[in-house]
Design a protein around this ligand. Structure first.
Ligand code: HAM
Length: 437
């Protein structure tokens, strides 16, 4: 019979294996410690949401909504979408659960997978993970600064190299109105030199022109009016206070008036951390204020501020984390005699009494060890005794119990000693040994 063709994971997706899972667990533990220490509560929203949530929340003119969503129809003809980001879902949950009645601000964090149909390359995937934090219900500039500082601390702890923080303010939607018109006039005046994509967005989303890599567009944008010069007095004061608080916290940043983000809900503060160590996909994490979003999703007017950072990008830009050794207390090995017998027997029903007994004894020690609170593993791979000792060593086992019927040799992998003891006293001996460490 010919072998069936292998099935691969879809393009832009990947499996998380062994060591990578360990490093991710470290990131999650650090994020939890930092964010829960600052009063953020964990939230997990569904992977599927109504497509309308993102069309209304993220914005119909954004790349995300126009070309990057994985959408499907459910049996009832409703359009659902695999979440491309977390802020709109968190705001939906805030509205749906009446969280405006809780003490404000409500602070929530998540670490989840997201989906965007982008061109896959290093650091850019179609299923990726974000760690994110959202604070809803306060306009205080200290919320903006605290939020940014928390991400700076997380990136610092993960050793993200060549880190830069760019900061700007988009003002409130009112102050943006006048600016938008000025920018549109500038773009129309130089329309012939602009990229096709920018031209097509003059009406819907003129600010994205700052993001273009097209040479002609870049030249035109160099002389374009800057939003920071059009901020209302209130918005300018808010921005000045955010900057001042970042100075107080000694987080350095560059004010970059050309900073635009790929989502439409932002108002006032916007920011992005980049890492030059990442190459083309240099954005490690970013966010900002979104004071109108909750209302746009049917809630009462509520301020919001938050960020999300790409887990894969943090790990790519981070220093090699020290290998987190998670040694085990005990490895239960099968003595040479019983192992050979076990390896020969293909059919376990035909195992003779003594082998079954050794395996049974080993299994019992394993169970007892675990109920005594020890971390333990047992030989399952048919290795020779030498192989088992090597394997136990690679697991960082402190003790190895070599089980042979009634007697067991207990080997101290750290101290080097070995004693022969009755099999039913192994756990006692290990516990005693560990207590004298
Ligand atoms: P975003 O800038 O679209 O913001 O994504 C945040 C981070 O997610 C990026 O900086 C990047 O590290 C990572 N990321 C985005 N797309 C991909 C991808 N295709 N592959 C790998 N990593 C990716 C948001 O999503 C907003 N919800 C952030 C926010 C929260 N704003 C306010 N609150």
């Amino acid at each position: 019979m010919s072998r069936a063709e292998k099935i691969k994971a879809p393009r832009g997706t990947f499996d998380v294996l062994g060591e990578q899972a360990g490093v991710r667990a470290t990131l999650e533990a650090r994020a939890r410690a930092i964010l829960e220490g600052a009063g953020y509560e964990r939230i997990e929203t569904p992977v599927l949401e109504a497509t309308e949530l993102f069309a209304r929340g993220v914005g119909a003119s954004t790349d995300i909504v126009q070309k990057e969503m994985f959408s499907l129809q459910d049996g009832g003809g409703r359009s659902l979408t695999l979440r491309p980001e977390g802020t709109a879902p968190v705001c939906r949950a805030y509205v749906e659960h009446g969280m405006h009645k809780r003490k404000q601000p409500v602070k929530l964090w998540y670490l989840s997978s997201f989906f965007r149909h982008e061109r896959a390359q290093a650091g850019r995937y179609r299923q990726f993970w974000q760690v994110g934090a959202e604070a809803l219900g306060s306009e205080d500039p200290a919320v903006d600064a605290e939020s940014i500082v928390l991400l700076a601390v997380l990136l610092g702890e993960m050793g993200v190299r060549e880190r830069r923080l760019r900061l700007s303010s988009l003002g409130s939607s009112e102050s943006r109105g006048e600016y938008r018109e000025r920018l549109q006039a500038h773009l129309r005046e130089h329309e012939a030199s602009l990229a096709e994509e920018v031209r097509s967005r003059i009406e819907l989303n003129p600010l994205r022109a700052f993001d273009s890599e097209h040479e002609g567009t870049r030249q035109i944008m160099a002389s374009a009016p800057r939003l920071l010069d059009f901020l209302s007095a209130e918005d300018a004061e808010h921005f000045a206070q955010v900057r001042d608080l970042l100075d107080v916290a000694q987080v350095s940043y560059e004010v970059d008036p050309t900073l635009v983000r790929g989502l439409d809900y932002y108002t006032r503060t916007v920011f992005e951390f980049t890492s030059d160590a990442l190459g083309a996909q240099s954005g490690v994490g970013g966010g900002g204020r979104y004071d109108g979003l909750v209302e746009r999703l049917g809630g009462v007017p509520t301020a919001g501020m938050g960020w999300a950072a790409g887990v894969e990008r943090i790990l790519l830009a981070g220093e090699e984390p020290p290998l987190v050794a998670s040694p085990i207390d005990l490895f239960v090995a099968l003595g040479e005699e019983s192992r050979e017998a076990r390896a020969e027997g293909d059919d376990f029903d035909e195992l003779d009494g003594s082998r079954v007994e050794s395996r049974r004894a080993a299994f019992e020690i394993l169970a007892e060890a675990r109920s005594a609170g020890l971390t333990a593993q047992m030989e399952l791979g048919g290795r020779s005794l030498k192989g088992q000792l090597g394997y136990a060593n690679s697991l960082g086992a402190r003790y190895v119990a070599i089980v042979e019927r009634d007697e067991t040799a207990l080997k101290d992998m750290q101290g080097g000693g070995q004693e022969r003891i009755a099999t039913d006293t192994v756990i006692h001996a290990v516990l005693r040994g560990l207590r004298t460490l």
